[in-house]
Write a protein that binds this ligand. Structure first.
Ligand SMILES: [Zn+2]
Length: 83
């Protein structure tokens, strides 16, 4: 008698890339309801194509923070210093 070998169907791993896409869409939508100034230097935000691309929107703890390019550069430098 040969032992019967059952073939186990391998579960396909769920891809998380679709979720990443959804998060991106959500962040874009948040631009419609975000602070109207830089969270660091309080520079008023004027919604243009340029500012939408250059200003940084960071969501943390479901809070939306808006950072102007100048302050964002400082933030990035600070992060690099921290390693
Ligand atoms: Zn700023």
């Amino acid at each position: 008698m040969r032992p019967k070998i059952k073939k186990v169907d391998t579960n396909k791993r769920k891809k998380m890339r679709k979720n990443a896409q959804k998060i991106l869409e959500r962040q874009t939508a948040m631009f419609l309801d975000h602070p109207k100034e830089c969270c660091v230097c309080s520079t008023p935000f004027e919604r243009t194509k340029k500012t939408v691309q250059s200003w940084q929107v960071v969501t943390r703890d479901q809070r939306v923070r808006l950072t102007c390019p100048t302050c964002w550069t400082k933030v990035e430098e600070a992060l690099e210093t921290l390693g």
